[in-house]
Write a protein that binds this ligand. Structure first.
Ligand code: GLY
Length: 597
């Protein structure tokens, strides 16, 4: 983070006094705000939304709103919404642009989960556009010759990690169910930006610089991100004619143009011939891909119901378990400045992650106690474990009610932060929450026709068994890897009150749960809630966000018995609160905005 953007972040997070921030800003005033200059081409409304975020205030609107990780993508969605399009229409436009301007995080070569609130029916629907393991995978795909788990990076870079992408079909399915706008036109902003060129953002440039070595593994990817051998810099104009051509085909022929024909052929060939690390994807895997409607997972929290994506995502179940346990404690009375709040949140998270590691995976392939995990009586017993006054010394999976003998071993899998989140509310009252990914930053590093291919298969456990007992999230043909993505819609009296989600690997769960607590229990507006300093516990150390007041809890949490680690915590929360008006918040740690009218 540059010094100036750090100051902006501190201000927007309410973590620095204006005077201290002003003094720091004065030192480097001539550069002005670099994120504003990179986005100098965006509309005045988008610039105002950026400025609001940097001042720590939410965006407000009467009719519609869209929040996502890049102003160019948000503008594309806003134009659709202003023109009478639905949240599903706007999502297509946003995703198409994100795949161009934030290619490291999501795109056509990846997958996504979508939660939809339908204003007409009052129903919540969840769509699973997760990447899928090719039919030819074997249990040893991520193991060395002697049966040990591969080194993570040896697995990621190349064709081995590529699952059948789901995002193009998810875009089409959402549009077919809930769209009003003409499909092809939704790609126009992305096609124009790809052909005319867009300004490389600071975040994209720094991601390229940080990942330079792996990003140059394959020549097509290297040529795009390192034209003439030099890394792209913030402010450069980047043209992606291949991406424009790909989008034109999808705009004209729908997702079929992606799953069959020349694009599909190129994807398969690229995966199967990746030098040094080929994969097993075939044309059949692409032909048979399908988006799956799943039952939403909804868990009561205070006066609300928190709804999200069930298996193969662990998101809604784990967020739901954390909140379900915390629902038995008065966090509002304790407040955010009290270490006792963080003891409860930290250990509720550890207990939920213990269950996640044992039980959660693709329920089409392994039996899961999905209902038992969030049943009220079970959450009572898990919450009772938090009754003490120190960190738990033993954190083990529980025994939720289940019609199945427990035959599963604990999972070991690595999930590094990448991904992107889109929140949208349209003028008809529909709400959309979609978290979208190619897994690791720049995915498998393989590029085809202007987009990157995912490495989502590394979200599977590399080991299939532990001491002879099967691991739920082991790789199997046609299975979808367990995710942490937590696109969420909170309902109050059956109507949406908050649309939220984040990138961040398995920390997504903590980011989303904490922001919901901050908004509901601690009365923060959405901008404060997404900007708030992070304290995140998964199943090990208590991670405290460096450079913020979170680090001041180090002593207290250590004294309570937690192992504490101060580090960067790079969420990308985008949220819309729905009340008398719409209020939007965009995470100051990333480049996005919330924009509405
Ligand atoms: N690959 C990130 C996730 O699915 O959680």
């Amino acid at each position: 983070m540059t010094r100036l953007s750090f100051v902006s972040f501190m201000l927007s997070a309410g973590l620095a006094t204006p005077l201290a921030a002003q003094q720091a800003t004065d030192d480097i005033a001539p550069e002005a705000d670099s994120s504003l200059s990179v986005f100098a081409t965006v509309s005045e409304a988008a610039q105002a939304a950026l400025a609001a975020k940097q001042a720590g205030t939410p965006t407000t609107a009467e009719n519609w709103m869209v929040a996502a990780a890049n102003p160019l993508a948000v503008e594309a969605g806003a134009a659709v919404l202003a023109d009478g399009g639905t949240a599903a229409d706007a999502m297509v436009a946003v995703q198409a642009v994100l795949g161009l301007v934030e290619p490291q995080s999501s795109g056509l070569g990846g997958g996504a989960f979508l939660v939809w609130y339908d204003a007409t029916s009052g129903e919540v629907t969840t769509l699973d556009g997760r990447e899928t393991a090719p039919l030819a995978v074997t249990p040893t795909l991520f193991q060395t010759d002697d049966g040990e788990p591969m080194q993570f990076w040896d697995a990621v870079v190349g064709g081995r990690s590529v699952g059948t992408p789901g995002t193009p079909m998810l875009m089409e399915e959402a549009h077919a169910r809930w769209g009003r706008a003409e499909w092809g036109g939704l790609f126009t902003p992305a096609i124009s930006l790809a052909e005319d060129g867009f300004t490389v953002s600071e975040r994209l440039a720094s991601s390229i610089a940080d990942g330079a070595e792996r990003l140059q593994t394959f020549s097509r990817t290297a040529d795009y991100f390192f034209p003439g051998g030099e890394a792209l810099q913030a402010g450069d104009t980047l043209v992606n004619a291949d991406y424009a051509n790909t989008l034109r085909l999808i705009a004209a022929h729908g997702s079929e143009a992606f799953y069959e024909g020349p694009i599909a052929d190129d994807i398969v060939a690229t995966v199967r011939t990746a030098a040094g690390n080929p994969g097993v994807l075939t044309a059949t895997d692409l032909e048979i891909y399908e988006v799956i409607e799943r039952d939403p997972v909804c868990v009561p929290y205070r006066t609300t119901e928190v709804c999200g994506m069930g298996p193969p995502s662990s998101g809604a179940l784990t967020v739901g378990q954390i909140l379900g346990m915390l629902d038995r404690y008065d966090l509002a009375a304790l407040g955010p400045d009290n270490a006792e709040s963080w003891r409860l949140i930290g250990d509720a998270s550890r207990l939920a992650f213990a269950d996640r590691g044992r039980y959660m995976a693709d329920s089409d392939f392994v039996p899961m106690p999905t209902e038992g995990l969030t049943a009220s009586a079970y959450l009572d017993t898990r919450a009772a474990l938090l009754n003490g006054d120190a960190a738990l010394t033993e954190v083990a999976p529980g025994a939720p009610e289940w019609d199945h003998a427990m035959l599963l071993a604990d999972d070991i899998s690595v999930e590094l932060p990448s991904t992107s989140h889109i929140s949208i509310v349209d003028q008809y009252g529909n709400a959309l929450s979609m978290t979208t990914t190619i897994e690791n930053g720049f995915g498998s590093r393989l590029m085809v026709r202007g987009f990157l291919l995912n490495n989502e298969l590394t979200d599977f456990s590399f080991s299939t068994h532990s001491d002879g007992i099967p691991i739920a999230n082991r790789i199997e043909p046609g299975k979808r890897p367990r995710s942490s993505m937590s696109p969420t819609i909170v309902l109050q009296d059956g109507e949406p009150s908050l649309v939220i989600g984040s990138p961040g690997g398995s920390r997504i769960i903590g980011y989303v749960a904490q922001a919901i607590v901050a908004h509901i229990d601690w009365g923060m507006d959405v901008q404060q809630a997404v900007a708030m300093q992070h304290l995140v516990n998964r199943f090990g150390t208590y991670d405290l966000e460096e450079g913020t007041d979170a680090a001041s809890f180090e002593g207290a949490l250590t004294a309570l018995g937690f192992e504490v680690n101060v580090r960067s915590l790079n969420s990308g929360l985008h949220a819309i609160a729905i009340g008398e008006t719409l209020t939007g918040g965009a995470d100051p740690r990333r480049e996005g905005i919330a924009l509405g009218e």
